[in-house]
Design a protein around this ligand. Sequence first.
Ligand SMILES: CCC/C=C/C(=O)SCCNC(=O)CCNC(=O)[C@H](O)C(C)(C)COP(=O)([O-])OP(=O)([O-])OC[C@H]1O[C@@H](n2cnc3c(N)ncnc32)[C@H](O)[C@@H]1OP(=O)([O-])[O-]
Ligand SMILES: NC(=O)C1=CN([C@@H]2O[C@H](COP(=O)(O)OP(=O)(O)OC[C@H]3O[C@@H](n4cnc5c(N)ncnc54)[C@H](OP(=O)(O)O)[C@@H]3O)[C@@H](O)[C@H]2O)C=CC1
Length: 300
Amino acid sequence: MSSWQSVFHPTLFTNKVALVTGGGSGIGRAISKELASLGATVVIASRDREKCLQAAREINDEITLCCSRHGRKLEDRGRVVVGPSTSIRDEEEVQNLIHHTIEKYKSLNLLVNNAGGQFVCAAEELSSKGFQAVVQTNLTGTFHVCRAAYEQYMRDHGGNIVNITLGNRNGMPNMIHSGAARAGIENMTITLSQEWMESGVRINCVRPGIVWTDSGFENYGPAGDLFVEKILPSLPAKRFASPEEISSAVCWLLSEGSSYVTGSVVSVDGGSAFHFLPLIDIEDTNHLPVYGVLPRKAKL
Ligand SMILES: CCC/C=C/C(=O)SCCNC(=O)CCNC(=O)[C@H](O)C(C)(C)COP(=O)([O-])OP(=O)([O-])OC[C@H]1O[C@@H](n2cnc3c(N)ncnc32)[C@H](O)[C@@H]1OP(=O)([O-])[O-]
Ligand SMILES: NC(=O)C1=CN([C@@H]2O[C@H](COP(=O)(O)OP(=O)(O)OC[C@H]3O[C@@H](n4cnc5c(N)ncnc54)[C@H](OP(=O)(O)O)[C@@H]3O)[C@@H](O)[C@H]2O)C=CC1
């Protein structure tokens, strides 16, 4: 167990109820832990409920230990609790998760749409079903959760939403499905920030670069190892992000300190959006016929 503790005030989210989708692993787990360590009641949910239950037990123990190590008051602690098993692709399951949260914890002030993912596949080999699976998970799933939270609670009480996307400024070779879905989430966020302004709902995105999570990289198998070998040296920061570096941006957006921020995307990527990343190799031949005159030394 690490002795990590949040930089934010320990009671920042006291009396707040938060929902973090995919909160049982990786980035979502780090976000859930930080929110609960700052006083929130955090509901986590995903398809694998057992995984969420285990994560909740571990996080609650870690927070208690952290409080005693750092001399913090135990009564300031929030806690992580587990909602029903939910696939965000399934609208009914999402409606049920939101209903359960409001029934049991009486409000839903903060929502983090973190659940999502993809697999590595070149566009020409990708089936329509595979494309749709990723778009439905990331884009449609995020829409389902936002809309259910709004209809059932935030329309009448206000709220604050953060959607996790992915650094895809230069496209996403071998992940066309995810690149398209995340760009969709960012545009949907801008639209919702305007439609839901009158209800006092703020909504923003955090766009991570590459974050080291065991769960995330296991998902890719050997393709994940290759990715690490190839991409790591080309990152400007020469390292990946930690999950906590994503979480602190989320906490800032969920706090009053960002009260004039809505419809925005906060990149947490160590500057990699402005740097070429060799996501695919392109052969050293002339691919684009020249129009006009180009000297020999201007070509490979
Ligand atoms: C720059 C990178 C930084 C980012 C890092 C992260 O995000 S880390 C976070 C990483 N964490 C995560 O990504 C976690 C969450 N990710 C997931 O759960 C999955 O990746 C998911 C989103 C596809 C959903 O999966 P699911 O099981 O619910 O989907 P399903 O069973 O409904 O399948 C639908 C169809 O998709 C196709 N297809 C599927 N796999 C492959 C493949 N490898 N190859 C080719 N095709 C594949 C296949 O056609 C399949 O149909 P079939 O042929 O079986 O009839
Ligand atoms: N790691 C990275 O480098 C980056 C990650 N991201 C994104 O951040 C988020 C978290 O990723 P990370 O923590 O690394 O990886 P994880 O694989 O640990 O997280 C993905 C989470 O989403 C949940 N999930 C997936 N599909 C569904 C679904 N249909 N319904 C409900 N929950 C679902 C999973 O739980 P379960 O399987 O139980 O359903 C899991 O907890 C993802 O959206 C990811 O794409 C973005 C940029 C970079």
